[in-house]
Design a protein around this ligand. Structure first.
Ligand SMILES: *Cc1c(COP(=O)(O)O)cnc(C)c1O
Length: 424
């Protein structure tokens, strides 16, 4: 490594990183920026400043959490205030009560909540709770939905002939997968068949898919899931780790007016600091330790920094202006993309969108897989060369924030036009 004070470029940091980390990174998608990832030195508003001195318009936003952009003043102030008072107590603190009040006041299906440290922990614990509560073992998930990085959710649909789910990772015991059924998104037949024939503890679903690009659920699909799960006494879990407080204060459940038994949250509710949460009906949540027998614990659960950052973020969102700006940015950008002469479709909801080339509609994971991913990467690279950072994978969402103002959007539109005209 170069000495302190000497400029170290991304290329040099990357050389070190390749020696130190598997694949050079600490979360795989970060390595998808080619030929090597740029290293970020600073995040300000809608911009990332790289170690190489570039200023990029950021549409990745930490993969979702930063709905107010980078280091928004109110959140920063609250975090600094909290740091002055200490950052880990190992006891309850006022901030956890305040954040829980805020969340439950907006999301009425959540009567009680537990704070954890990541979306992964949230879905892992929500599934354990559903199993403990129903005394059943199986769960149903949907092809292409992402619920984090633990064993019970790293499964995709196998071939239709066998109907066995296949692991998304090595190292997952076969017996774990025997409890996980994978059905196609936006389709009820598979769900109904399995609910009828097997004892299923829970159906877990992203009400708007945000991890296969953006794929909104059809209204009738979510309504159907609600009805079917009621009929078969199975819990319905909405994974709102992305959509919670992104598509509105009531999340996707408010957007669709379909309410689950349990909800998982993360990302935005921590204001950019590590967080996860799961909550729902009182009589279900009471089964959690210490009031019940389903175990959950965590040294950093409800840590005060994430709590105050979350409160400050939601307070800002309650004013409405942030949503207005972020949603307008998506509207204008997707309208511009719609004009592209190439075959493509843009899927968007509120402040999240994605473009798929070479296909006319994308309603499930199979449709998304048929899109021209190489074309998307060509588009993404050309944008990055011009200073606009879109996610380096077809299967991530493009996000906007309240820092994506008129001026930033106009600059983006200008660059998109140039890139598209060269791509023809
Ligand atoms: C990001 C995400 C997760 C996992 O959250 P982490 O904090 O990365 O563990 C789970 N579910 C959904 C829908 C997500 O988008």
């Amino acid at each position: 490594m170069a000495k302190r004070g000497v400029t170290v470029l991304s290329s040099e940091l990357w050389k070190n990183a390749l020696e130190l980390f598997p694949g050079g990174v600490n979360s795989p998608v970060r390595a998808a920026v080619k030929p090597f990832p740029f290293y970020t030195k600073e995040g300000r508003g809608a911009f990332l400043i790289t170690e190489d001195g570039r200023k990029l318009i950021d549409f990745v936003l930490g993969y979702g959490p930063l709905i107010l952009g980078h280091s928004p003043p109110r959140v920063k102030e609250k975090v600094i205030e909290q740091i002055e008072k200490g950052w880990l107590y190992g006891t309850p603190s006022r901030a956890e009560v305040e954040l829980a009040r805020k969340i439950t006041s907006h999301m009425h299906s959540i009567e009680k909540i537990r704070f954890v440290n990541s979306g992964t922990e949230a879905t892992m614990n929500a599934i354990r709770l559903a199993r403990g509560f129903t005394k059943r073992e199986k769960i149903i998930k949907f092809d292409g939905n992402y619920h984090g990085a633990h064993d019970y959710v790293l499964a995709s649909a196998g071939s239709a002939a066998t109907e066995f789910s296949v692991p998304d990772s090595d190292g997952i015991p076969k017996d774990v997968l025997k409890t996980v059924i994978v059905c196609p998104y936006n389709q009820l037949e598979c769900v109904e068949k399995h609910l009828k024939n097997e004892d299923v503890a829970a159906v877990i679903v992203e009400p708007i898919m945000g991890n296969m690009g953006v794929i909104p659920a059809n209204q009738s699909f979510l309504e159907g899931l609600r009805e079917l799960t009621r009929t078969y006494n199975t819990l319905l879990i909405f994974d709102e780790v992305i959509t919670g407080f992104r598509v509105g204060l009531e999340g996707a459940q408010g957007y669709y007016t379909v309410y689950p038994d349990l909800t998982t949250l993360g990302k935005i509710i921590g204001g950019g600091f590590p967080i996860g949460a799961f909550g729902g009906k009182r009589e279900i949540m009471e089964n959690l330790t210490p009031s019940g027998k389903v175990f959950n614990a965590g040294t950093f659960n409800a840590n005060p920094i994430s709590m105050v950052a979350g409160i400050a973020t939601i307070e800002e969102l309650e004013k409405g202006k942030a949503y207005e700006i972020a949603n307008k940015a998506v509207k204008e950008i997707s309208e511009e993309l719609d004009k592209a002469p190439l075959d493509h479709v843009v899927n968007s909801v509120k402040s999240m969108f994605q473009i798929f080339f070479g296909v006319k509609s994308v309603e499930n994971a199979d449709d998304a897989r048929k899109a021209n991913k190489e074309k998307y990467i060509e588009f993404q690279k050309a944008l990055l060369d011009r200073g606009v950072f879109f996610p380096p994978s077809q299967f991530e969402s493009v996000f906007t924030s309240s820092a994506h103002t008129e001026e930033v959007v106009n600059e983006t539109l200008d660059k998109i036009r140039k890139v598209l005209s060269e791509m023809r």
